[in-house]
Design a protein around this ligand. Sequence first.
Ligand code: SAH
Ligand code: MG
Length: 954
Amino acid sequence: MMEAVKSTSNAAKKPLMTPKAIIHQRFGDKAIYKVEEVQDLTQNGCPGLAVLQKGPCLYRCTLLLPEIVVVSDSFKRKKDAEQSAAEKAIEKLGIRQKEYKPTILEAWDDLTSRLVFLFANEFLSSLHPLSGHFRAALRREGHFNGCVPVSVIALYDAKIGNICIHINPAAESNPLLVMSLVLKAAAKQNDMVLPFEEQLSLKRRNPYPPEIIQPSTDHGSSLCYGSTIEVIRIPASPYKDVEALKLNIAETGYYLDVIGHELGVNEASNVLISRTIGKASSELRIYSPAPKRQLWEHLSEHDVKQHIHLEESLNERASYFSGQFVYGDAILASVGYTWKSTDLFHEAVALRTYYRILVNRIPNGAYKISREAILAANLPLAFTTRNNWRGSLPRDILCTICRFHHISEPVFSVQLISSDSSQDLPESHKKLEVMEADRDEKSEAVLAASCGSGNLVGSTEASSCEVKIYSKKQELILRCSPQEAYRKQNDAIQSAALKVLSWLDIFLEKPDTSVEKLNAVAKKLDIHLSLHYLSKEFASCQSIHKCGITIAQSLKLLNYNCSGNVVKDEPAFVAVAGQSSGITPSNGSLASVCYSVSLVTDGGRMKEHLESCEEFEFEVGNEAVLPDLEVAVAQMTVGQSSNVQTELVPCELILAAAGDSAATLSLLSSRSCKLEYNITLMRVTEPLEERMEQALFSPPLSKQRVEFAVRHIKEFSASSLVDFGCGSGSLLDSLLLYPTSLEKIVGVDISRRSLARAAKSLHTKLNSLLGAKDTSSVIKSAVLYDGSITKYDSRLHGFDIATCLEVIEHMEEKDACLFGDVVLSSFCPKFLIVSTPNYEYNVILQGSTPQSQEEDPNEKNQAQSCKFRNHDHKFEWTRSQFNHWASDLAARHNYSVAFSGVGGSADTEPGFASQIAIFRRSDDDYDRVAKMEFGHQYVVLWEWNIEDLLPKKE
Ligand code: SAH
Ligand code: MG
């Protein structure tokens, strides 16, 4: 089943006017809607079957208009009833909007009469945004009195724009063409409007009668806006920085004259005004000098760019912002007349606003802004679940980014896959195979779905999603077809969107990335691309974000790193203040922090506050915060604080966050600075699996696993133990609490962050145990290694006991199998204990899940939405799958194996919650397993030795 999901959030085409909007346009407040409830006695629209039964509640709307009253049909939703009433009224009144389809001659006539209408007496006192300009023009002094710029008429009157499109379709995307058509139309008639050709403005031939002017100019002189507006100058030269300016607009007649003056073009009619930037409701626009009149004519025929660039200097930054070609120095301002008021509206545009707009056009930046945490948030690596996601959703960000860059809306295609649940497959199928039936672009990928790992309870469906991005000219520029299947359609969509965002982010933010690297990353993310079209569509974006760091360059802050993917050695420990509460965030949990960031000089003597946030929540282990912060938080317990200094991030980010740009800039320019973060860990929300294990088992399942291991350590009198996939050291940590025969303990993991946490905790515990009197039963040495447990390291050969608790399901199945072979064939421990979830037990967990915290009604119960206990699980095995794997493994390596578990019992269906296999080496075979001396594959991250600490006893 194939389903195309087109984003509706920001449809490219304007919707037709709704019936209500048409009525409103005509009657305004005089239209009164009254909605009442009615009882539905007819079922399913079969009036014949008037079943006397309480049906669903319906609504009917009565619309009262000055001339008529109409009543709607009945609807389930109030708003449908209202629209229906409006629709009926329109029919009765015969005011259905006719499609406007004039001939070219008619259009010319319409254009002229529209001009006559605009210059008529009545228009001057209307609340049209344009009428404010007409009134202001009458306050202009001398020669220009009453002159209204053509650019203003062309831009602020939607009707004029629409008529011009019918004269020349190119007018839609070319404001200069609209202006020249308006000038021509004005020239065609002389009765009312005088074209001031060289001034590019229009003026009424006969003055307005004084009684018309008076009231409106009165209004104008009692202006209630301040005397200055704050704006930004964007120089045409990319080597000059943008700067903040103040313009004085109070006493003068017309604010556009002030802007014109600032732009060096003398007066208003030489100022070109862009469309609004960002939200349609804003008045944020780019003001620039109008190109020379002689150049306009060419513009309707050919590519604008080629003609003009020869003579004028293109302002790349301003063009990028407005999506139109802008020449010369430009001003970014939020000022203008609106529908609502006769007063001039304006808002300060600070440098910060400029940088925020800039930052918002790149995926990572847009994410940061959506979280209001520019100097802390980071676009997460993966979409795990809707519950763990914070900030704007990937799909929405992707749509916004496409809109900003004037390319088509992304197209999402969702594929539903029914999974066969009948069988328990011994060599369980892991991944859904994606096969492309046909290379033809139009044929969608066909998914041959084999069932997911293990047997799902009842028949279920999963979704996968493909995203395609097309240029304005409908060339396919990018396609992302992830293989992963999701239980929820929305998760599949968001996850695919995030992949595209992650790639685009590198492409846009780090324009120096090599083609090979871009292709390699794309491949990993299941993305096929046409770099040719991509570069074409995003060319200006790339160059702007290069020149966005002009400041950094001119300040010689060259530590800005363009390649951006240097793997830094993470600091082993971060200084943490406050008592340990023992509650640490683990991967997959949600950490809630409060932070504040300042710019500090080297010695720390000067400080400028940049950003703070009272509560910032993120998913741990998903790179959802800046890496240095994640490292710090991983080592904190709830209630603790730490202070972290980091290198500067790109200046556009710092300026987008800074409240006081001037102070920030002067600090940045005067000395070498760092960012200083103060972070407090306020709360940790465990992932669902942990919450379930704690809530539904007593003692918690994790504790039962530890106790299980301890029992076996005692039983085997083990003196050395290695914990494969030790994570943040929960087992090693707990072992210290029990008196055992252990002398040496070792942990191995691939997550450095988890290991750092383990090191920290073990370090403190071991040292405090040393303080205790009796050191005889105390561990003598402890080591933590960074390495993959599918690789062999001879330093861990022949240990008494090896544990691997709840780890294999986090690896691909083939790696789990590889691990089994490597341990039993090369590490050869006397005993190996492996635990993993029992898939069959999930029914019970799902039946009694603690209520998930999210209140989103669409997210019923997270357990139902996730077929595995944890989103990081690559598989979960049934008892028979686990038995099959373990027995086969043991047989091949001359071990015996016994099965057990924790949570539940072996004799009651569906068995243990966590299933455990205990492998025992056949001792007669020990000679065969001579120690193999390979190179050391693991890296020692932390090491502790009692000899180094105890005073020598001699
Ligand atoms: N054993 C711990 C942690 C379980 S979470 C406990 O019971 O609490 C799974 C851990 O396996 C994670 O810390 C993850 O980093 C680690 N892991 C996954 N694949 C690995 C691999 N190939 N090599 C080493 N560790 C791995
Ligand atoms: Mg697990």
